[in-house]
Design a protein around this ligand. Sequence first.
Ligand code: URA
Length: 235
Amino acid sequence: MRLQKYIAYSGVTSRRKAEELILKGRVKINDKVIRELGTKVDPDKDIVKVDNRQIKLEKKKIYIMLNKPEGYVTTLKSYHNDKIVIDLIQDIDERIFPVGRLDKDTSGLLLMTNDGKLAHRLTHPSYEVLKTYVALVEGVPNGKKLTKFRKGLKIDGKMTAKAYIRITKKYKDTSLLEISIHEGRNRQVRKMCKYIRHPVIKLKRIAIGEIKLGDIKLGQWRYLTDKEVRYLKSL
Ligand code: URA
């Protein structure tokens, strides 16, 4: 790779400015000042320094969404012979990891990336973006219970934050609910539904903020669009 390109791809500056740096003698390859534009760099072997500080190529950032099936755990390693979500992502060489967690028995939208900064922000309690779920529950909750659910319930000794819940379908002995919460506590939706005595039978996440699962088939994944990535970074 040409030196000025290597510098630009390291995120230091533009390619044109990189050329200026080289001409000014501020760039070294393996501790030797290089003033020749177009000098070749081997990214695997050579050490490139700008103003005596080593620079490295930025890794390509990857952002994908997976429709996680039930039965897969959201960890990077399999501990009890469990199936893990990463097994479903073929053809990607970069190391990517899940953003947050879905229970083994929950299906639906899971974001995965190698962008540690974004993953950290999206899961940090002070940023917690609204996550939306569809829950099949036992029975049909009445208005009083829905209000309680929205205002806050004491789960594991701590009140839950404001939540959203609405009934989207009523069956004879069960109902379908759409639930949105900001927090990401352990098994939170299941615990909240159990608290109002309508235990979850099935749970699926359908959205994270404005990122929607859409019609991706179970176990399939796709890259996020540039627009979706920009949206997540803007949160
Ligand atoms: N709430 C749950 O109970 N389970 C999940 O996987 C996500 C949210």
